[in-house]
Design a protein around this ligand. Structure first.
Ligand code: IPE
Ligand code: IPE
Ligand code: MG
Length: 244
């Protein structure tokens, strides 16, 4: 097995189509997707991946039918309630990224409980993006930075990329090395726009409830064969590898 990436980011897509293929309601697809998350989280922790960030609900997903949105809110509450002890046992630190204050009280409570209970864990960092939008994240960062300038605490000349990163929700984890999107769409859907600048992208047609550990391993192997050049030439990278 190849060396795993330090940070994996996943768009878990295709639950609705998985259900439709089986003539089931979309909610059954979301329900089935929870099992996949559990397997992926446990596998990443076993592989000693440093951080896993998953997209569970986008800032645009509020536009779905009300029935689906409320099912998802209830599913998040149930899933957090049933999974948090296991996550804690596995020494995983759970964090949530996105605008959380708009959620129903019960969900905000589960989010708080899961975050606090696992806060001191030293194993894998598990970030769950809910009501998350990459543009919203950047707009908030700009607002916060502008306020610092206005208060006289910051000089506009001191605004650099590292400062912007520090104003994002993923400020304290290295940017993702590998991005995976299931469900066949090849787009970012407003996920981690700032942090994916140099991430390796992997798309699969597999629908999220059918995604599994074997396919995750295949994605990691695929990733390990890519040459990450960050603007340099392939020869330069080979030279550096020889010197290491
Ligand atoms: C992803 O699956 C889950 C969420 C967005 C919450 P979808 O529900 O988008 O599934 P498809 O794309 O309709 O198949
Ligand atoms: C992205 O999937 C959001 C999540 C997986 C949570 P969508 O299914 O909402 O994305 P679009 O609308 O097809 O781009
Ligand atoms: Mg979708």
């Amino acid at each position: 097995m190849s060396i795993p990436p330090d940070h994996i980011a996943i768009i878990m897509d295709g639950n609705g189509r998985w259900a439709r293929q089986r003539s089931l309601p979309r909610s059954s697809g979301h329900q089935a997707g929870v099992k996949t998350i559990r397997q992926v989280v446990e596998h990443c922790a076993r592989l000693r991946v440093g951080a896993l960030t998953v997209y569970a609900f986008s800032s645009e997903n509020w536009q779905r039918p009300e029935k689906e949105v409320s099912f998802l809110m209830e599913l998040f509450v149930r899933a957090l309630r049933s999974e948090v002890d296991k996550l804690h046992e596995n020494n995983i630190a759970v964090r949530f990224i996105g605008e959380l204050d708009v959620f129903p009280h019960a969900l905000r409570e589960e989010i708080r409980h899961a975050t606090e209970k696992t806060a001191a864990n030293s194993g894998m960092r598990f970030n769950i993006a809910v009501n998350y939008g990459g543009r919203r994240e950047l707009a908030r960062a700009v607002t916060a930075i502008a306020a610092s300038v206005q208060r006289g605490e910051l000089n506009p000349d001191d605004i650099d990329e590292a400062l912007v990163t520090r104003h994002t929700w993923l400020q304290d984890v290295p940017e993702p090395d590998l991005f995976i999107r299931t469900g066949g769409e090849q787009r970012l859907s407003n996920f981690l726009l700032w942090h994916l600048a140099y991430t390796e992208l992997f798309f699969t047609n597999t629908l999220w409830p059918d995604f599994n550990v074997a396919e995750l391993d295949a994605a990691i192997t695929h990733f390990s064969k890519r040459q990450r050049r960050f603007g340099q030439t392939g020869d330069q990278i080979e030279q550096q590898n020889q010197n290491d």
